[in-house]
Write a protein that binds this ligand. Structure first.
Ligand SMILES: *[C@@H]1O[C@H](CO)[C@@H](O)[C@H](O)[C@H]1NC(C)=O
Ligand SMILES: *[C@@H]1O[C@H](CO)[C@@H](O)[C@H](O)[C@H]1NC(C)=O
Ligand SMILES: *[C@@H]1O[C@H](CO)[C@@H](O)[C@H](O)[C@H]1NC(C)=O
Ligand SMILES: *[C@@H]1O[C@H](CO)[C@@H](O)[C@H](O)[C@H]1NC(C)=O
Ligand SMILES: *[C@@H]1O[C@H](CO)[C@@H](O)[C@H](O)[C@H]1NC(C)=O
Ligand SMILES: *[C@@H]1O[C@H](CO)[C@@H](O)[C@H](O)[C@H]1NC(C)=O
Ligand SMILES: *[C@@H]1O[C@H](CO)[C@@H](O)[C@H](O)[C@H]1NC(C)=O
Ligand SMILES: *[C@@H]1O[C@H](CO)[C@@H](O)[C@H](O)[C@H]1NC(C)=O
Ligand SMILES: *[C@@H]1O[C@H](CO)[C@@H](O)[C@H](O)[C@H]1NC(C)=O
Ligand SMILES: *[C@@H]1O[C@H](CO)[C@@H](O)[C@H](O)[C@H]1NC(C)=O
Length: 469
């Protein structure tokens, strides 16, 4: 090796001779050495295959039916006042205990030096993470399935380019990571990959289904994350679900929706997430680990707003079915299709953001509802059964951002009724009912807040996802 001086006086190291020394500005941008290192050992991913069958379950009747259960101690959890220490901390900006170490305020969970082990600590933890794994598996298949099912021309007709398709493929790869992480934490009986049945006939229906499915996946985790006993498990799950949150927003952008029309993202109970997810699982392998969660009956939103329409609120019976109530494009004429417009406020092609001058919904909108009877077989191998402990429904609960607001059901006839979209805000300037949110029917207007929403379950008659904006 030779030491050379450039014209500017800088000393260079060169493998050749001084004659190849170049002016210093060029040297800065032309590396002469490539550093290589041995790759660090990499953790393997959980084995997975491309699911070969998609469609409804056609196999024999299941040998096991119903949710996993054991002795049940009471029909519901009694409501109690706040815990004894709930008001003790003065919250005055001062320190109230010695520091355990420099710059380390007293308190916190998992801060005493015990090594984290990332294992479940309770049935609550196991069942919640097992539910997440069912969700991660379906996402892994769904994103691949969409890419494999629709042609390049189909995607391009929906405004999605090769770069957009690569992003969807990358999202599927992220799911491989999430599946592996959650499986490793659950252990040997972690739920396996299943086969699925998607209510999707074209690219726009696929994108809408992905947008809605990732929302209940995301919201399903926010509902239980801070209730986990194992906070170390919660940490890793948090770092996966924040990725899912970005996927949800990207699918909204692919759909030409305003990416995040809310100030807070809603959380929902596990049984709502399972009710919304399981209808799309057609069968799971022998010995599959079953779940404890309830399957509520389906709620059909007969005038579910349709984001593919220029006036998405002016719509009748344009979903592919109850529960998730995803959009159907079957009956949209070219002139009512917002994809055919380039006008700002009307066009709904994929974009970072879109203004919709005609909002998908609005306070006071009449929303027409139809709900199913309990007792229907559903989910993997039709081996779960829908159930409810609620009496005849009299309220619609709008579950959005930080709020649960009830509106009375009107014109109830059998299993049909209508209700009016409420006008409420989280804080001044933030109408609470917006985005991809949840609508459930109840027999009681129970007061619940984000950390005790699950207390509503004994009163839930049917569940749906509502496309407010
Ligand atoms: C699954 O299919 C995708 C293309 O749709 C392909 O890129 C991937 O390699 C396949 N994965 C497996 C495990 O076969
Ligand atoms: C430290 O906290 C953990 C819970 O995070 C607890 O299990 C353990 O007993 C605590 N250890 C000590 C020495 O207090
Ligand atoms: C579900 O059905 C499939 C296809 O009939 C079968 O192979 C599988 O063992 C069943 N799964 C369970 C958990 O019974
Ligand atoms: C299912 O479990 C039974 C009993 O443990 C076992 O004999 C059988 O091999 C398992 N089947 C599969 C596909 O793992
Ligand atoms: C909605 O449309 C489906 C067919 O797509 C039909 O079976 C059903 O009766 C319709 N429901 C209402 C309330 O119009
Ligand atoms: C988008 O909508 C906002 C809120 O209604 C409005 O202030 C803004 O002018 C609109 N921008 C365009 C380009 O339409
Ligand atoms: C939802 O938010 C968007 C974007 O701010 C707004 O244009 C729309 O009117 C809102 N919809 C409702 C129902 O408030
Ligand atoms: C909703 O409430 C706001 C005040 O918070 C009011 O300005 C607005 O007119 C109300 N809209 C409807 C449709 O009632
Ligand atoms: C919505 O939630 C916010 C924040 O918790 C609360 O201040 C507000 O009163 C709630 N509004 C309704 C109508 O429940
Ligand atoms: C839920 O929590 C709120 C306080 O945030 C409390 O007022 C309400 O009674 C609780 N609901 C139930 C059913 O426990």
């Amino acid at each position: 090796m030779v030491r050379c001086k450039t014209a500017a006086g800088a000393v260079l190291l060169s493998l050749a001779t001084c004659s190849i020394a170049v002016p210093v500005e060029d040297v800065v941008s032309v590396p002469t050495t490539t550093f290589t290192s041995e790759p660090a050992s990499t953790a393997p991913v959980r084995p997975h295959t491309n699911v070969t069958y998609h469609g409804p379950y056609t196999g024999p009747p299941p040998t096991t039916t119903g949710a996993l259960t054991t002795d049940v101690l009471a029909p519901s959890i009694p409501a109690l006042p706040p815990g004894p220490n709930a008001y003790d901390y003065p919250s005055d900006g001062k320190l109230h205990a010695p520091l355990p170490a420099p710059y380390t305020p007293a308190g916190g969970d998992g801060t005493n030096g015990s090594a984290p082990v990332y294992r479940m600590l309770s049935d609550f933890d196991y069942e919640s993470l097992a539910l997440v794994l069912y969700q991660e598996w379906i996402e892994l298949d769904l994103f691949h399935w969409g890419l494999a099912t629709f042609s390049v021309a189909d995607f391009e007709a929906a405004g999605l380019t090769a770069e957009d398709r690569y992003l969807i493929q990358f999202m599927a790869e992220q799911e491989v990571g999430h599946v592996t992480l959650v499986s490793n934490m659950l252990g040997a009986q972690a739920p396996m990959q299943c086969s699925y049945n998607y209510p999707v006939a074209n690219v726009r229906e696929f994108i809408d289904f992905c947008q809605k499915l990732t929302r209940f996946g995301e919201a399903g985790v926010y509902g239980f994350l801070n209730h986990l006993n194992a906070h170390d498990v919660g940490q890793l799950l948090l770092q996966s679900i924040t990725t899912e949150a970005r996927q949800q927003m990207i699918f909204r952008q692919f759909e030409g929706l305003f990416p995040m029309p809310e100030w807070f993202i809603v959380g929902i109970p596990q049984s709502w997430a399972w009710s919304l997810l399981s209808p799309y699982i057609s069968s799971c392998p022998e010995n599959q680990t079953r779940l404890v969660w309830q399957n509520f009956p389906s709620l059909n939103i007969l005038n579910q707003p349709n984001p593919a329409r220029t006036n998405g609120a002016d719509v009748w019976n344009e979903t592919t079915g109850g529960y998730t109530n995803t959009l159907s494009t079957a009956d949209i004429s070219a002139e009512d299709d917002c994809l055919n417009s380039n006008e700002v406020g009307v066009g709904c092609g994929p974009a970072i953001t879109r203004n919709r001058s005609v909002p998908l919904s609005y306070p006071g909108r009449q929303v027409f509802l139809e709900w199913e009877a309990p007792g229907q077989p559903i989910g993997p191998n039709n081996s779960y059964v829908t159930s409810t402990t609620a009496a005849a429904p009299v309220f619609a609960a709008w579950v959005s951002q930080l709020n649960v607001t009830y509106t009375p059901l009107q014109g109830i006839e059998g299993n049909k009724a209508w209700t009016a979209q409420p006008n409420m805000s989280t804080f001044e300037g933030d109408p609470a009912v917006n985005g991809t949110m949840f609508l459930v029917l109840t027999d009681l207007d129970l007061y619940v807040t984000p950390f005790n929403l699950t207390m509503l379950n004994p009163h839930v008659r049917a569940v749906a996802l509502y496309q407010a904006g």
